[in-house]
Design a protein around this ligand. Structure first.
Ligand code: UDX
Length: 431
């Protein structure tokens, strides 16, 4: 099959690689010259474990290429995936302008029946909108038949490759037998359940999945605050309830809250959808509020040990929104750094991969190449991203270079006993 992927961000690139790996003939299309040049030379425009080597392998096989030339790329494709961004607008709703632009470009240049697959996370009813946008933009003479299906993507940053090659499930939201049959054929080598639904249901599944996980995280985060009061370790509670298969152990790690390019945006978008239908998702509303408060809570906990932040130096370990990525979008760590600065603290940071934004550098925040350097002379360390590297630190040694050996484990990732043994005052969330 000849397949085009429009948009070569995380989802687009990972999808292109998975489809090329299955043996299909894949082209990736993007507007940005820089990104296309990088991809064609075997390099990624972002950090993702193992993906660069996989890209080079697929390029070597000769059935994958990247281009900026829309007209040439769109003609004579059998399947076109839309994998463009759907950023949040001021009111929380998803901005569909990139999806619309992609649909109109496809309409202009497609020459034969084409199956258009929307993978961009977009609100309920978007598949119908794409059908309309394409119809309206097709040339009067020579309009060709087409189908549009919704096929949401569930990959996670940091494990994107594994997630696209071995997904838990494939959801196809389709109202056309022909389209469903084509996608079944396309995904024939995938050994996972395939769920065929209406397009609207598929769109809802994507938002419901991310929202449910966000609720799970906020549940354990709020419970962690109570655990602090009643002197119970939330990690043991999470293990105790997670062993029940009806609850499940994943996404029960308490910490400074969820971030990233998906959860905050998708939760707001679903809340916006509920409001626009005069409905309410009160549990989800609370989950979003708990997530916002979690950072305030974290600082309060640290303040209990070090007193005022004024004139203190805090070493922040980890700035990306989670380990395994250099993505800083909606990173709880960056929000915390801004709050620390507002409270009069100086901040030194370390991250094994992510780079500090210029704007924070201008405010005096310094990034160091090793955790030890970042911790020199600090009054406290805050672990904001649970990079496995931080488990291998010699804490006794680090404690010696600090002004005060205080550690706030914002991801509950370390063995509390070992840290206390190394001479630290330790505080986590709900521990
Ligand atoms: C998420 C979904 O998991 C994925 O299915 C979807 O396709 C895109 O959005 P991603 O944003 O890459 O993926 O990250 P994820 O691993 O889900 O983590 C999101 C945030 O939640 C991170 O900030 C992470 O630190 C936080 N988190 C996760 C917790 O605080 N506790 C947990 O137990 C799990």
């Amino acid at each position: 099959m000849k397949i085009l992927i429009i948009g070569t961000g995380y989802v687009g690139t990972a999808t292109a690689l998975a489809l090329a790996h299955m043996g299909w003939n894949v082209t990736g299309l993007d507007k940005e010259d820089r990104i296309i040049t990088l991809l064609n030379s075997g390099h990624l425009p972002f950090f993702e474990p193992d993906m660069e080597e996989f890209l080079q392998k697929q390029l070597g096989k000769g059935n994958l290429r990247f281009t900026t030339k829309a007209e040439e790329a769109i003609q004579n494709q059998e399947v076109i995936f839309i994998c463009v961004g759907t950023p949040a607008k001021e009111d929380g709703s998803a901005d569909l302008s990139y999806v619309k632009m992609a649909a109109e470009t496809v309409a202009r240049y497609m020459r034969n029946y084409t199956l258009i697959v929307n993978k961009s996370t977009s609100p309920i009813g978007t598949q119908e909108k794409i059908v309309r946008w394409i119809r309206d933009a097709q040339p009067k003479k020579g309009a060709v038949p087409f189908d549009v299906v919704s096929n949401p993507e569930f990959l996670r940053e940091g494990s994107a490759l594994r997630d696209v090659l071995q997904p838990d499930r494939i959801v196809i939201g389709s109202d056309s037998h022909r389209a469903t049959a084509m996608l079944r054929h396309l995904y024939q080598s995938m050994k996972c359940p395939m769920l065929v639904t209406t397009p609207r249901t598929a769109e809802m599944i994507k938002y419901a999945a991310n929202s449910f996980l966000a609720v799970k995280i906020s549940f354990i985060n709020e419970l962690a605050r109570l655990c602090d009061k009643v002197e119970v370790d939330v990690k043991d509670v999470a293990s105790g309830i997670g062993l029940d298969p009806r609850v499940g152990g994943s996404f029960l790690q308490a910490g400074i809250g969820y971030g990233g390019s998906c959860f905050p945006k998708d939760v707001e978008a679903l809340l916006h959808t509920a409001r626009s239908y005069h409905g309410q998702l009160s549990i989800l509303e609370r989950a979003a509020a708990v997530n916002r408060q979690q950072q305030v809570y974290a600082l309060k906990q640290l303040k209990k040990i070090i007193g005022s932040f004024q004139g203190k130096t805090v070493a922040v370990f980890g700035i990306s929104f989670k380990p395994g990525t250099d993505d800083l979008r909606e990173s709880p760590s960056l929000h915390l750094i801004r709050r620390l600065l507002q409270k009069g603290a100086s901040v030194a940071v370390h991250d094994p991969v992510a780079r500090l934004p210029q704007e924070l550098g201008d405010e005096g925040v310094k990034q160091y190449e090793t955790p030890e350097r970042a911790a020199e002379g600090a009054d406290a360390i805050m672990i904001n991203t649970d990079w496995p590297d931080y488990r291998r630190i010699d804490w006794k040694k680090i404690g010696e270079v600090m002004r005060e050996p205080v550690l706030f484990d914002g991801r509950n990732m370390l063995d509390k006993g070992l840290i206390i043994e190394a001479g630290f005052q330790y505080r986590g969330i709900g521990r």
